[in-house]
Design a protein around this ligand. Structure first.
Ligand code: CO8
Length: 263
């Protein structure tokens, strides 16, 4: 499928979606979101993809937020529709049964920070900047910044970012647990690919069960979360990977995971 606002590539079981409007710092307009949504469907339907990476085209931005020239045209109803549509896409991103890594290579503002925190974790380049500047536009975050961000970094830190609209550096983002790792810009994709390949070598079923347990467990009480973990632990035995992983350990060899749900 031909895309104009994103680039979609697959290499060795790792898919990469690159937001590709560099002249507008990869701002999210309706057309880009639509293509992103379509690409997520392609990723979800491809059993061979084990990890998805999101990044931005050019050396300046990951995503500088929703496209402000579109935001300027909204009324209360169209704004609500836009936010709802974005949430539906981000929810599908978060629920993908594979690992998703944000490679944040510059500005990740507003919707940019919100896409990154809907991923499983973030690696950032030293020149990355994060923030929720919507308040400077007379708005509030509309793609999860008031919800995912406090869950990730705590209500106090999220409120400071949302109330002030200020940008923080990659180093600060790492310090507060927003980014897992910060590396020089020219090493970002290599670092992300290395982690992606490592994850891709693990069992598909166990990765899926682990992600579902963590994601669902975060939105529930401990007892329910533990129940989810127990179910997921049992489900791993529906795949040959559990046999392969435990046998490989006992036979002192590297496990070769090939399992899937169709066994
Ligand atoms: N939307 C549209 N165009 C943008 C955006 C954006 N978010 N960000 C940058 N651009 C454009 C600029 O207009 C400029 O275009 P042109 O060359 O045609 O004038 C080009 O990108 C380059 O930008 P700058 O010249 O401004 O580059 P600087 O290096 O001087 O500044 C900044 C970089 C600091 C990133 C600056 O561009 C900036 O502040 N951008 C806006 C950041 C922002 O406020 N983002 C939040 C938007 S709101 C949001 O994301 C809400 C999400 C939820 C919406 C759901 C509700 C319905």
């Amino acid at each position: 499928m031909a895309y104009e606002n994103i680039i979609y590539q697959v290499e060795e079981g790792v898919g990469t979606i690159t937001f590709n409007r560099p002249k507008a710092l990869n701002a999210l307009n309706t057309a880009l979101l639509e293509e992103f949504s379509q690409a997520l469907d392609v990723v979800a339907a491809d059993d061979d993809i084990r990890v998805l990476i999101l990044t931005g085209a050019g050396d300046k931005a990951f995503v500088a937020g929703a496209d402000i020239s579109e935001l300027a045209t909204y009324n209360a109803l169209t704004a609500k529709n836009f936010a709802q549509n974005g949430h539906a896409i981000f929810a599908r991103l978060q629920a993908l049964p594979i690992a998703v890594i944000a490679a944040v290579n510059g500005f990740a503002l507003g919707g940019g920070t919100e896409i990154a925190i809907a991923c499983d974790f973030i690696y950032a380049s030293e020149n990355a900047k994060f923030g929720q500047p919507e308040i400077n536009l007379g708005l509030i975050p509309g793609f999860g910044g008031t919800q995912r961000l406090p869950r990730l970094i705590g209500a106090n830190r999220a409120k400071e970012l949302v109330f002030t609209g200020k940008m923080i550096s990659a180093a600060e983002a790492e310090k507060i647990g927003l980014a897992n790792k910060v590396v020089p810009p020219d090493q970002l994709m290599a670092e992300v690919m290395q982690t992606a390949r490592e994850i891709a070598s693990k069992g598909k079923v166990s990765l899926r069960a682990a992600k579902a347990a963590i994601n669902h467990g975060l939105n529930t009480d401990l007892a329910t979360g533990i129940h989810i973990e127990v179910e997921g632990f049992g489900m791993c035995y529906a795949s040959s990977d559990a046999k392969e992983g435990t046998s490989a350990f006992l036979e002192k060899r590297k496990a070769a995971f090939k399992g899937n749900f169709a066994e």
